[in-house]
Design a protein around this ligand. Structure first.
Ligand code: NDP
Length: 473
């Protein structure tokens, strides 16, 4: 009998199954198209104890009870389809684990549905792409705590390990795991956009060539910015195109695609009322990049400065701007998770979340240790920017940050993530902002009332009548 099963043997499911089998865990495998199961077993069968099944019935019967079934199929309706097919074949307390990129709202719905059927459901975020799935991903499981206990040993064994600790921890009830994975992906969007803006300034603002920029990213990867994304940026920039002999980056079309997790993060931030500007700007920047034909037409039509000629002394300022903006992106992402924890009643452990992102996943970075330490020092930290370490780091970077954004604006180089992050920082540190005027306007046109700094209660000015103020509650 197999201890666990995986259905869905495309790249992610196949690699996860191999990762599990390589740890000596007997595993059952299944795929809708049976030929893929055969191909999988013949190619990788020697790596472990696999039981391949053509039918879902056989697959289920080959599993120990309570059955543990990882569903790794295309996100969306296929997950519901597989669940529907599995339900009549399972017994009470069996566990279905959805390890794909499902929307947390779907996970909450599925968990409720399966609980009613006497089954258990774990919606788990898995990050790290195909490489991570094979060699050690970051795993973010959500669902009933007791159900997680049944898979904990396998999950923590196959996860990436950092400083002897697995990059896997129980996140919380129902959709918590997929929620945290969603925000992880949102932060990934922001991080990538910030790096792209830094590259743009180095390339078109200062006018550096690609090999020089590659060297700069290599160097940045030895300091505070050390991370997987900075590392692969240098690798991508170092790649020569075989067809043209030029840097590959110069033949890649400048339209960023998206699968939707960044958009979900931004949508949820709007729902929760969390000011998630960095991630949201990153999503919009991808949308703007997609308008390639319009941009082409506008480039010779709309007026603006010609970039170029910035001093090379700005390179280190750009590094600092990148770091400060990155702090803001994480501060916002963590704020969003804290808000979701209140909304959905999840006991999210912020420091733990940063810890399990230290390895295996796309946003793994040295920086995450500092986040874990900050939450360890102040468990009820309201915003990462308020942690002494990050407060000081941003204070140190802020002159450079402002200088870089001013230079970019002057040059006509769009830096939406850099500048929105700074706008958030400046807005956040203002004791009194300009929203008093917005309240005055709202009261004028819609009698929406306002509160006063000197008295309790709500007030309305009779703007179109005698101009007197009345207390409304
Ligand atoms: P795909 O998202 O490409 O999905 C293909 C798999 O889904 C195949 O096994 C396919 O079976 C199966 N499938 C599709 N429709 C159905 C259906 N209606 N019923 C049953 N099976 C179906 O696979 P990936 O491996 O790329 O991704 C799997 C999951 O992991 C997705 O949720 C994806 O978003 C996520 N993912 C996560 C990544 C990460 O970094 N964490 C990276 C990539 C993906 P068949 O062979 O019969 O067509």
């Amino acid at each position: 009998m197999s201890q666990i099963g995986v259905t869905g043997l495309a790249v992610m499911g196949a690699n996860l199954a191999r990762n599990i089998a390589r740890r000596g865990v007997p595993i059952a495998v299944h795929n809708r198209t049976a030929s893929k199961t055969h191909d999988f077993v013949s190619e990788f069968g020697s790596e472990g104890n696999f039981t391949g099944s053509d039918s879902l019935e056989e697959f289920v019967q080959s599993l120990e009870r309570p059955r543990r079934i990882i569903v790794m199929v295309k996100a969306g309706a296929p997950v519901d389809g597989v669940i529907e097919d599995l339900v009549p074949l399972l017994d009470k307390d069996d566990i279905i684990i959805d390890a794909g990129n499902s929307h947390f709202v779907d996970t909450r719905r599925r968990e409720q549905y399966l609980t009613e059927k006497g089954l258990r459901f774990i919606g788990t975020g898995v990050s790290g792409g195909e490489e991570g799935a094979l060699n050690g991903p970051s795993i973010m499981p959500g669902g009933p705590r007791a159900a997680y206990g049944e898979v904990e040993e396998i999950f923590t064994t196959i996860a990436a390990q950092v400083d002897g600790e697995p990059c896997c921890a129980y996140i919380g009830a129902d959709g918590a795991g997929h929620y945290v994975k969603m925000v992880h992906n949102g932060i990934e969007y922001a991080d990538m956009q910030l790096i792209a803006e830094a590259y743009d300034l180095l390339r078109h603002g200062i006018g550096l060539d690609v090999p020089t920029i590659k060297g700069i990213f290599d160097e940045w990867n030895t300091g505070d910015l050390e991370s997987f994304l900075i590392e692969i940026t240098a690798t991508v920039l170092g790649k020569t195109d075989a067809a043209t002999g030029n840097p590959l980056i110069d033949v890649i079309v400048d339209q960023a695609e998206q699968k939707g997790t960044g958009r979900w993060t931004a949508q949820d931030a709007l729902e929760q009322g969390v000011p998630l500007t960095g991630i949201t700007e990153a999503v919009f920047a991808r949308s703007l990049s997609a308008l390639r034909d319009q941009r082409k037409a506008a480039s010779g039509y709309l007026a603006g400065p010609q970039p170029g000629g910035l001093s090379e002394s700005l390179v280190d300022d750009i590094r600092k701007a990148l770091y400060a903006s990155k702090v803001v992106a994480y501060a916002q992402g963590f704020e969003q998770m804290a808000s979701a924890a209140r909304t959905y009643d999840w006991d999210l452990q912020m420091g733990e979340l940063a810890k399990i992102w230290r390895g295996g996943c796309i946003i793994r970075a040295r920086f995450l240790n500092r986040i874990t330490e900050s939450y360890a020092e102040t468990p009820d930290l309201v915003n990462l920017l308020m942690a002494p370490y990050f407060r000081d780091a941003v204070a140190d970077a802020q002159d450079a940050w402002r200088k870089v954004i001013v230079s970019a604006v002057d040059q006509g180089i769009a830096v939406p993530a850099f500048s929105s992050s700074l706008a958030y920082y400046d807005g956040y540190r203002r004791e009194r902002g300009p929203a008093n005027l917005i309240q005055g306007q709202r009261d004028f046109f819609g009698a929406h009332t306002y509160r006063r700094v000197d008295k309790e209660g709500s007030f309305h000015t009779r703007w179109s009548q005698d101009g007197t103020e009345v207390k409304t509650d």
